[in-house]
Design a protein around this ligand. Structure first.
Ligand SMILES: *[C@@H]1O[C@H](CO)[C@@H](O)[C@H](O)[C@H]1NC(C)=O
Ligand SMILES: *[C@@H]1O[C@H](CO)[C@@H](O)[C@H](O)[C@H]1NC(C)=O
Length: 182
């Protein structure tokens, strides 16, 4: 009996782990994930705004408007782009793949939607992002480009080196004469 309970508890736990795969990103984590998935930097704050408005950065966001209009995941991709239970739809993916923590498939599909319909596919982007103050992602470490440090031209560096050598020689000479004087 005791053993059965433990087994039952284990299976419940396992099931919960399988179901609760939701990941809610912070703004900077999201920025990093989008960059990792090759979103260009140019429109990145628009994508971050869109995702914040559509899903609250929740990879498992799932909204049923009508039985035929369901929206999946971080980008709230509509059911015409995927198929439930198997690959299909305009993105040729399963809708379930849009609800897990892996946002690779989501990203590919969102880019495709963007190419075909632009940001206006997402009504919340249109209502709350377009022409408005966008999320500030400039301070996210992954967004900042490593500061460019142009190295001085070679001949200039050599000149400086020579000058240092000269100064040092002069210094040594002075030191020498200083000693002699003493
Ligand atoms: C993420 O979305 C799922 C599905 O809509 C929901 O059950 C879960 O509570 C959400 N998580 C957070 C932290 O809002
Ligand atoms: C996710 O995308 C990869 C490559 O684009 C594909 O091979 C894989 O089958 C997709 N996964 C699902 C569940 O659709």
């Amino acid at each position: 009996m005791k053993c059965g309970c433990v087994l039952h508890l284990l299976s419940v736990l396992t099931f919960s782990c399988l179901v609760i795969q939701a990941k809610v990103y912070t703004r900077c984590q999201l920025t990093r994930e989008l960059l990792k998935n090759s979103f260009p930097r140019t429109f990145l704050s628009n994508w971050v705004c869109l995702i914040e408005q559509e899903s609250d950065r929740n990879t498992s966001a799932y909204v049923v408007k009508t039985p035929r209009r369901k929206y999946y995941g971080l980008f709230q991709i509509g059911s015409e782009w995927c198929k439930e239970g198997r690959k299909g739809g305009k993105c040729d993916i399963s809708c379930e793949a849009l609800l897990d923590e892996d946002i690779k498939n989501d990203s590919t599909c969102a880019m495709k939607i963007f190419e075909q319909e632009g940001f206006k596919y997402w009504s919340k982007w249109e209502a709350r992002c377009k022409g408005q103050l966008l999320p500030d992602i400039e301070k996210c470490p992954d967004f900042q480009i490593p500061p460019a440090r142009p190295s001085p031209p070679r001949d200039k560096r050599m000149l400086r080196g020579k000058r240092h050598a000269k100064t040092f020689r002069k210094f040594k000479k002075n030191l020498h004469s200083y000693r002699i004087q003493k």
